[in-house]
Write a protein that binds this ligand. Structure first.
Ligand code: S3P
Length: 443
């Protein structure tokens, strides 16, 4: 998987201008898609998933469980059937697990693999191999797991099987749903009780889905606890559209006059809606309708109409709730009147790329005064011009600059866009369908 990324340089060519109109349903939520395969595989019985994200990241998780002997049918138009093998039914994979670009796959799997009786090696592409893994291997070691990393604390991870795990009380040093989920998933295999306390609320899909699979989970304030040794029972899962993918269109329709767009069936989990809160604070016009709950997750249709945006100091409590949406929020800030200040977001430096540096570089290329700081950015709204953008293989950087073209006065060319397929495989065609003047080429 990693090879196919680096072999072809996909280039996005975006013509300036246009407006976004109509309705669309963006692909399924990436976080929920990963967890549906993981818990479905470890459950007793057959789990049927609809709306599954057929992106490279969630497909990497699917392939990993197939490699560990789980019979998985699909995906076929978002439908996946997982024949669960139970918590102790996985088999040793014949080869190392290649998790491509996917931080969620490697970090959540680290927790699950720590509880197995066999050894597993997990690796990924160049970006994943640079990302910090001690944040998961340290709490897992405290539970009794034996995991090797490189000297830098990065992948490949070698998880030694058969180490008995015991429950811990873990205070998360960073607000990270991946670390929280990793420890909780290891806790399924641990003797006794595992509790995780988070410094700020992060996405709670793991907790919700565990409950949906009949596993008792106790949530009290900022602490989540579970006891090891129970069973998961298969459940049907309807994956909502990914708010992180919808975010590109929320910003795109907000920043060009004459736009009006409806995004259907968007996941509205309260731990994910920071992008809506932040855009509204900047003056965006977003209405929420048809609110309902599917499989334990709130869902709604969102209608966004163009509105003049103003710069703000982004409230720090919204940062973990919008952590994946900052690339496109920086584009909103570039199109807003006045100054936007982001602080408390140092985590952006260890995502698929250093999103503070890479976005500041790209915005400056497009003529915007963007000053990176250690934990955020200061952006003055202004006129975007055209230019050549390096996305550094980061899917969300590539899509953010595609949206920027709506307000540019010259074409925007974005390099290294193959990884858009990790989270949003049909981005170009969906975006064209609602008015973005974009095409892709590869060399
Ligand atoms: C995710 C958690 C977040 C997010 C990532 C998906 C998850 O990462 O950025 O895209 O599915 O749990 P962190 O836990 O590192 O903040």
């Amino acid at each position: 998987m990693s090879e196919s990324h680096s072999d072809s340089n996909v280039i996005f060519h975006a013509q300036p201008g246009g407006r976004l109109t109509g309705a669309l349903r963006v692909p399924g939520d990436k976080s929920i898609s990963h967890r549906s395969i993981m818990l479905g595989s470890l459950a007793i019985g057959t789990t049927r998933i609809t709306g599954f994200l057929e992106g490279e990241d969630s497909l990497a998780t699917l392939a990993a469980f197939r490699a560990m002997g789980v019979d998985i049918e699909g995906p076929d138009d978002g439908k996946v059937t997982v024949h669960g093998v139970g918590l102790h039914g996985l088999k040793a994979p014949k080869h190392p697990l290649d998790l491509g670009n996917s931080g969620t796959s490697i970090r959540l799997l680290a927790g699950l693999m720590a509880g197995q009786t066999f050894d597993v090696t997990m690796s990924g592409d160049a970006s994943l191999s640079k990302r910090p893994m001690r944040r998961v291997t340290e709490p897992l070691a405290a539970m009794g797991a034996v995991i090797d990393t490189t000297d830098k604390g990065t992948a490949p991870l070698r998880v030694h099987g058969g180490a008995p795990l015991k429950g811990i009380n873990y205070q998360l040093p960073v607000a990270s749903a991946q670390v929280k989920s990793c420890v909780l998933l290891a806790g399924l295999y641990a003797k006794g009780r595992t509790c995780v306390t988070e410094p700020a609320p992060t996405r709670d899909h793991t907790e919700r889905m565990l409950k949906g699979f009949g596993y008792p989970v106790e949530v009290k304030g900022s602490t989540v606890c579970l006891e090891g040794g129970r069973n998961l029972t298969a459940a049907n899962i309807e994956v909502p559209a990914d708010i992180s993918s919808a975010a590109f269109f929320l910003v795109g329709a907000s920043i060009v006059e004459g736009s009006r767009l409806t995004l259907q069936h968007v996941g509205m989990n309260p731990t994910r809606i920071g992008v809506i809160n932040i855009l509204r604070a900047m003056g965006a016009n977003i209405t929420v309708s048809n609110e309902r709950e599917v499989g334990g997750e709130p869902v709604a249709d969102l209608t966004v109409t163009a509105a003049p945006l103003n710069g703000i100091h982004i409230p720090e409590d919204q940062v973990p709730l919008a952590i994946d949406e900052f690339p496109v929020l920086f584009i909103a800030a570039a199109c807003a009147a006045g100054e936007t200040v982001l602080t408390g977001a140092e985590e952006l430096r260890v995502k698929e790329s250093d999103r503070i540096q890479v976005m500041a570089d790209g915005l400056r290329t497009l003529g915007i005064d963007a000053r990176p700081t250690p934990d955020g950015m200061v952006i003055q709204g202004g006129q975007l011009r055209g230019g050549e953008i390096q996305s550094h293989g980061d899917h969300r950087i590539a899509m953010a600059f595609a949206i920027a073209s709506l307000r540019a006065n010259q074409p925007v060319t974005i390099h290294d866009c193959a990884n858009v397929n990790t989270s949003f495989p049909n981005f170009v065609s969906l975006a064209r369908g609602v008015g973005l003047k974009i095409s892709a080429s590869s060399d």
